[in-house]
Design a protein around this ligand. Structure first.
Ligand code: ADP
Ligand code: MG
Length: 577
């Protein structure tokens, strides 16, 4: 048998380094967190060549006393945890007293630090975790940590580093996340001598966002303000194709969590086309014992003790923000186009009020020979190309094409309406708007439907909500239900299939917050299918009218567009005119 021996500290540190230090960005994350913890108001991060050759983090925080400097680099050395009780609270902030030791184990470090008010500072050099030099020195108040030659003693890890630009991008993201987490701190990032980020540090999150992403981005944001969730979400039109612009911060620390992402995206469910995800910067303020950040030391992944409550909290906070968006209803028909069309009614003081339901994206004052009227707030300034006087813009139904598409000429564009999607969406909106349940229709003869035990249970468990929505049934034998009534928009053609689908919906683990809408979507979809096929000319005209005049008909419940448009400009361009 091999002898059991304790690992020398150097080896133990290398193992810890493997967990904590994956790439330059992970070093920056730890150093920046330390600077934040030290109470700094200015933090400057500098990297060269993606960070592998040099990283420097300078802060104006509390500093480290000369006799403590060496200790800070020992494993499990921390000033942040003293007792076992502390541990519980501190766990949620991710302190482990390991970062400096781990970073030092795989690099060459120089530290300069002076405590506030102290007459002299200290400088310390380390190589592979061992102190090579310590001297007194003059330096500004605060701390500078310089990390050179990351992974110089672990060539295998060095090989895993990506191109400098990739590593630099990760550093950029890390510093950005930290800046979002701390609008009260001014952050600066310098990459190869060029400044790439500078936040004001005035405590205003919007100013911080403005400085990082620019004015256009800042304008596309909606404030989120609830008891435990605050920050900003992007308007639907600011949606992206990746989640890189979703920032969640828990009690001031950047975190990731599937629950948070899911809640955010669920709130946008009917707002975005497939493949688009919302942007956000959301601060969560929760009791410290509601989360565990140490799922992985460096991965920021967080787990909540009550995931479902957290989901609902974020979902409703975001949903509220979206619904109180004063620039809504503003409808952009999907598909490539030159000028976005909006269904917004103009503000009353704009001089040319539109009648309800009339398109009024662009309004020109007839008295000033086509000079656009200046808009105050609410809607974006008019796009000159598509200008028209409200009230004069009319539309004409052309007919149905290709078995299911309605063509409308509105003078500026050819609008194509997906008959089924539009119908489904209209039904859904109507069902949703109905306060009570005027629509349960008793079946002439109740239908027995055989289901699995799980399906039965799921349906019975939600029978309260379902009966409100028009589905009335009761248990009938061990695993059958007797269906007594259906929403009146539906026909009892195949009640077994319908109940099975409902049960599947309930069993899919949907959130209570959206269950009602989910059921209504299913009903709308079925009802639209039921009416499917034909439709009289009058019906189709009525459908067009609703789409053309209803601001909120943006997408059908499944997020598909209801209508797309081909503008005259676009047609002209395509024909080379
Ligand atoms: P932890 O942050 O988990 O305590 P670290 O290894 O990151 O562990 O840091 C060890 C200790 O060094 C900290 O607890 C703190 O006392 C001190 N320290 C590290 N960086 C700074 C800094 N920038 N300013 C002041 N003190 C620091
Ligand atoms: Mg730390």
């Amino acid at each position: 048998m091999a002898r059991i021996e304790r690992l020398p500290p150097q080896v133990a540190n290398l193992i810890a380094a493997g967990e904590v230090v994956e790439r330059p960005a992970s070093v920056i994350k730890e150093l920046v967190e330390n600077a934040v913890d030290a109470g700094s108001t200015l933090i400057t991060v500098e990297i060269r060549r993606g960070g592998a050759s040099l990283m420097r983090v300078t802060d104006n925080g509390c500093g480290i006393a000369p006799d403590q400097a060496g200790t800070a680099f020992l494993r499990h050395a921390t000033s942040k945890i003293r007792t076992q009780e502390d541990l519980f609270e501190v766990k949620t902030l991710g302190f482990r007293g390991e970062a400096l030791a781990a970073i030092a184990a795989v690099s060459r470090i120089e530290l300069f630090s002076r405590e506030r008010g102290a007459s002299a500072g200290v400088s310390l050099s380390l190589e592979g975790g061992s102190v090579t030099e310590q001297t007194e020195c003059g330096c500004p108040e605060g701390t500078t940590v310089l990390v050179r030659e990351l992974f110089f003693n672990t060539p295998a890890r060095q090989k895993f580093l990506r191109r400098d630009a990739t590593e630099a991008a990760h550093v950029q993201e890390t510093v950005t996340r930290a800046a979002m987490a701390h609008p009260e701190i001014s952050f600066r990032l310098i990459k190869d001598g060029a400044q790439s980020l500078h936040t004001p540090g005035n405590g205003v999150l919007l100013d911080c966002l403005y400085s990082v992403y620019g004015s256009e981005f800042a304008r596309s944001l909606l404030a989120v303000e609830s008891q435990a969730v605050s920050g900003f979400v992007g308007k639907p039109e600011a949606a992206r194709q990746s989640r890189a612009m979703q920032f969640f911060l828990l009690n001031g620390r950047p975190v990731r969590s599937r629950t948070l992402t899911a809640a955010l995206e669920e709130a946008y469910k009917n707002e975005l086309p497939a493949g688009r995800v919302p942007v956000c910067v959301l601060h969560l303020h929760l009791p410290y014992d509601s989360a565990d950040v140490n799922v992985h030391p460096a991965k920021l992944e967080v787990r909540f003790t009550r995931e479902r409550d957290v989901f609902d909290m974020v979902y409703f906070a975001v949903k509220n923000a979206l619904e109180s968006d004063s620039s809504r209803p503003e409808l952009t028909l999907a598909a490539p186009k030159t000028a976005a069309l909006s269904f917004s009614a103009p503000p009353a003081d704009a001089g040319a009020p539109a009648l309800p339901g009339q398109r009024a994206m662009s309004v020109r004052d007839p008295w000033t020979a086509g000079e656009p009227i200046v808009w105050h707030g609410l809607v974006p300034p008019p796009a000159p190309q598509a200008s028209v006087l409200p009230g004069l813009r009319s539309w004409r139904y052309i007919g149905e094409a290709l078995g299911g598409f309605l063509l409308v000429d509105d003078g500026e564009a050819l609008v194509l309406i997906d008959k089924h999607a539009a119908h489904e969406r209209i039904l859904f909106e109507r069902l949703k708007a109905a306060q009570e349940s005027p629509m349960a229709q008793m079946l002439l003869s109740p239908e027995a439907v055989a289901l699995s035990a799980a399906e039965c249970d799921a349906l019975l468990e939600s029978s309260g909500l379902l009966s409100e929505l028009g589905f009335v049934f009761e248990l009938f034998g061990p695993s059958s239900l007797l269906l007594r009534a259906l929403p009146d928009v539906l026909e009892a053609e195949n009640p077994a299939a319908l109940l099975t689908e409902l049960a599947a919906l309930l069993l899919s683990g949907r959130r209570s917050a959206t269950l009602r809408d989910d059921v209504l979507e299913l009903v709308a979809c079925k009802a639209a299918v039921k009416l499917g096929g034909g439709g009289s000319d009058g019906d189709l005209r009525a459908l067009c009218q609703t789409v053309m005049e209803t601001p909120t008909l943006r997408h059908c419940p499944h997020g598909r567009p209801v209508a797309i448009e081909l503008t005259r400009d676009r047609l002209k361009r395509q024909f080379g005119r």
